[in-house]
Design a protein around this ligand. Structure first.
Ligand SMILES: Cc1cc2nc3c(=O)[nH]c(=O)nc-3n(C[C@H](O)[C@H](O)[C@H](O)COP(=O)(O)OP(=O)(O)OC[C@H]3O[C@@H](n4cnc5c(N)ncnc54)[C@H](O)[C@@H]3O)c2cc1C
Length: 434
């Protein structure tokens, strides 16, 4: 564990008593001790851990997110028609790994733990979120939420100032749990289409699968799990649904080998490479089963193809043109189609390209590496300053993948980040002194 003694800017030279006085004063002026930016799976799990492990009290914690607790992730799951998780029932936002199973048992909902041909049972989406709501209610997390976007952030000697759309916040520590921060991957042919073209990305806030016309010709672009789920969800009698998947389906249970989920041997090898480097990025990308479909989603799409409710176009769209409220696409194999709706299920962009991380990385205080990856301390996930010292900012989620490996963005990644960040914060003198 590398949360060694105090560094410049982290209370150096002050006595625990002085820090304790400051915490008391801060509580009186309503400044939180810890601000978590992002209330997704990562932000919520971190909040649970900090409270349950007594690192902060509820009045010392804020979670800033314009979508509230888990609002963004809930919306993403709904928009792509997901009904089961890919990961096992021990991956959820609570601290105790068996909390979700016990929650299901106590409510007679064991049938919502869907059996899996490989590995442990998986929760349905409704069970996962009902359990998460119960965890948040139990800890009164709603009272810590600030529904706002963080637009800027500056470190000062003993804390962090955050600019938000709801005003300024000042805290001792800041945890960045912003996911991909709105960085979606869209195909090149979608660039330059007029706003009136019926082309969207499945995770855009504006996309509403329920608004698709009953007899619409719908195209879904992508060959991974999200595209498979979306195509089978929108395939309803009366509609013509085409799935544009340029490569053969790759069926994988999880998003990487389970070796990575133990955060030991392979992760140690990853961390032996230079921080925020091209080599680390390549290792993570090679380990991720990007573009894969989980067996349960593959089964769904295979059945839809057999029934004929979805047609497979095994080619790549090369051009798209708006034509009187429809979009006309042509594919590499020469085929063409006229569609009422075209939805890209083409995943996310680089985790370092979200608005806030980009802005912070472009400043002169924090160190970034290959393709803007934050340089993080392997032992604590603290973002390093350009002078090599550790800042008061922690990073979790996809942007921490060069430290945690290919599962960094997943629920299991949040749990591992929780171990490191809670330990690092708990070892700080000012928090210990409380
Ligand atoms: C459809 C889908 C299914 C998935 N299924 C699984 C699964 O079965 N198992 C698994 O382990 N993983 C799964 N994942 C991967 C991963 O667990 C999720 O993507 C998870 O939501 C990541 O959590 P996060 O908190 O890092 O990011 P997010 O859920 O994206 O949350 C980030 C939050 O930060 C907020 N935010 C961003 N910028 C700012 C800002 N400047 N100010 C304030 N707030 C900000 C956003 O509003 C958002 O709510 C799935 C992902 C998707 C998209």
């Amino acid at each position: 564990m590398s949360t060694d003694g105090p560094e410049a800017g982290e209370g150096d030279g002050r006595t625990p008593a002085a820090d304790a006085t400051e915490v008391t004063t801060r509580a009186a002026t309503d400044d939180p001790t810890v601000v978590i930016v992002g209330g997704g799976v990562h932000g919520t799990h971190l909040a649970v851990r900090l409270l349950e492990e007594g690192v902060v009290g509820r009045d010392e914690l804020r979670i800033v997110d314009p979508q509230g607790l888990l609002g963004g992730f809930r919306r993403q799951c709904r928009q792509c028609g997901m009904d089961e998780f890919r990961s096992p029932f021990v991956h959820h936002v609570d601290r105790d790994p068996f909390s979700l199973r016990d929650f299901a048992r106590a409510r007679g909902r064991e049938d919502e733990l869907v059996s899996s041909s490989v590995g442990a049972d998986r929760p349905t989406v409704s069970l996962f979120f009902d359990h998460a709501d119960w965890v948040c209610d139990r800890l009164g997390l709603a009272s810590a939420v600030v529904e706002a976007t963080v637009t800027g952030l500056e470190e000062r000697r003993d804390g962090v100032d955050l600019e938000t759309t709801a005003g300024r916040l000042r805290a001792r520590w800041c945890l960045l749990a912003v996911g991909h921060g709105g960085a979606y991957a869209s195909p090149e042919w979608a660039d330059g289409l007029p706003a009136s073209a019926p082309v969207s990305h499945v995770f855009e806030r504006e996309f509403d699968p329920a608004a698709i016309g009953e007899t619409a010709a719908v195209g879904v672009v992508g060959g991974a799990i999200t595209a498979a789920q979306l195509a089978t969800t929108v395939a309803q009698p009366g509609r013509e649904v085409t799935l544009f998947a340029r490569s053969p389906f790759r069926v994988e249970t999880l998003e990487a080998s389970t070796d990575w989920a133990h955060f030991s041997g392979v992760v140690a090898d990853l961390q032996a490479l230079p921080a925020a480097s091209r080599e680390r990025e390549r290792t993570v990308l090679e380990a991720r089963h990007d573009g894969s479909v989980a067996p349960h989603a593959f089964r769904r799409v295979r059945e839809a193809l057999e029934r004929g409710s979805v047609t497979l176009e095994r080619s790549e769209i090369t051009t798209a043109t708006e034509a009187g409220g429809t979009v006309v696409v042509t594919c590499r194999d020469g085929s063409a189609a006229c569609l009422d709706e075209l939805v890209c299920a083409t995943g996310f962009g680089s985790p370092y390209d979200g608005v806030l991380l980009r802005r912070l990385g472009a400043g002169d205080a924090l160190e970034t590496g290959y393709r803007g990856a934050p340089v993080l301390d392997d032992g604590s996930l603290r973002w390093r300053r350009r002078d090599g010292s550790r800042s008061r900012l922690f990073v979790t989620g996809a942007a921490a993948q060069q430290v945690l490996g290919p599962f960094a963005r997943n629920v299991i990644g949040a749990r591992r980040a929780g171990d490191l960040i809670v330990e690092a914060l708990a070892s700080q003198r000012e928090l210990r002194a409380r």
